[in-house]
Design a protein around this ligand. Structure first.
Ligand code: SAH
Ligand code: MG
Length: 243
C-alpha cells in the first residue's frame, strides 16, 4: 500500500454482524461469570468430580462434559424419580456418570455406553476414584450396537442421552423401548448456540427430527429448556414417559 492510499484509508463502519458478535461475547462472559458464582455458592467443591475433569483434560479428552451445576441438576432429576436404574449414552471421562451414580437409590446401578476406548479407559479410573465403581457398568462399543443387548436389563428409570448428536432420534427411540411408565428421558445439547433454527447441517436436522418425533409420540410429554453459562448457549430436552 502506497503512502497516499494509506492516508486515504478510513476505517469501515462497524458491520452489524461484528456488533452482534461483540454483544454476544459480552453476554457469554456475563453468563459464565454468573455460572461460576452459582457453582461457588451451590455446588460445593468435590475432589472426585474435580479430579475427573482434570484427568480428562490431562488425557486430552474433549471438554464436552456437563457443567457442575448441570451435573447436579441431572442428579436432582434422577433423585426426584427415585432412580434405581439409570442409562447413560455417552460417558466421555465419566463426569456426568459420577453425578448420576450419586443419585442412585440404594442397590441401584448406572449403565453407561461409550464408543471410544480411550475415553472409556479414563472414565473407568475416574469412576473408581470417585468410589462408585460398584454401581457403574461401562459398556464399550457403539451405542446402537450395545442398546439392543440391554433389553433384558430394562426398564431404566432415568435415561441420559449425550453422545453423537446425529443419532439422537435413534437413541430416543431406543430410550422409549427401554423405559417404563414414569421414566424420565433427558437429551443434552439440543440447542447448540441456536444452530437448530438457523443451520441445516446433519446434526441440526437430526435434532429437529428428534423434536418432531418427541412432539408426536403419544407415550411422552416433552419440553426443552435453553441453558447459558460456562458451556455457552445450549439446552436440554426432557421427556416424561406417560404410558
Ligand atoms: N456425558 C458426558 C459427556 C459425553 S460427550 C459428560 O457430560 O460428562 C459424548 C461422548 O459420546 C464421547 O465420549 C463420545 O466418544 C461418545 N460417543 C460418540 N458417538 C458414540 C456412539 N456411537 N456410541 C457410544 N458413544 C459415543
Ligand atoms: Mg453434553
Amino acid at each position: 500500500m502506497g503512502l497516499v492510499e494509506r492516508l486515504d484509508f478510513t476505517p469501515r463502519p462497524k458491520q452489524e454482524s461484528q456488533r452482534q458478535a461483540y454483544q454476544e461475547k459480552k453476554s457469554h462472559k456475563k453468563w459464565a461469570d454468573i455460572d461460576r458464582y452459582l457453582v461457588d455458592v451451590l455446588v460445593p467443591s468435590d475432589p472426585a468430580l474435580e479430579s475427573a475433569l482434570q484427568s480428562s483434560e490431562a488425557a486430552g479428552l474433549p471438554l464436552h462434559s456437563v457443567s457442575p451445576n448441570q451435573g447436579k441438576f441431572l442428579m436432582l432429576l434422577a433423585k426426584t424419580v427415585g432412580a434405581r436404574s439409570i442409562l447413560e449414552i455417552g460417558t466421555l471421562g465419566g463426569y456426568s456418570t459420577i453425578w448420576l451414580a450419586r443419585a442412585l437409590a440404594p442397590g441401584g446401578k448406572v449403565t453407561t455406553l461409550e464408543a471410544n476406548p480411550r475415553h472409556a479407559k479414563v472414565a473407568l479410573v475416574n469412576i473408581a476414584c470417585a468410589g462408585v465403581a460398584d454401581r457403574v457398568d461401562l459398556r464399550l462399543g457403539s451405542a446402537l450396537d450395545t442398546l439392543p443387548t440391554l433389553e433384558d436389563e430394562a426398564p431404566y428409570d432415568f435415561i441420559f442421552i449425550d453422545a453423537d448428536r446425529v443419532n439422537i432420534p435413534n437413541y430416543f427411540k431406543w430410550a422409549l423401548k427401554l423405559a417404563r411408565q414414569g421414566s424420565l428421558i433427558v437429551v443434552d445439547n439440543v440447542i447448540r448456540h441456536g444452530a437448530i433454527i438457523n443451520q441445516d447441517d446433519s446434526t441440526s436436522q437430526s435434532i429437529r427430527q428428534f423434536f418432531n418425533l418427541a412432539a408426536t409420540e403419544r407415550r411422552v410429554s416433552v419440553t426443552a429448556m435453553q441453558t447459558v453459562g460456562i458451556k455457552g448457549h445450549d439446552g436440554f430436552a426432557i421427556a416424561h414417559v406417560e404410558a
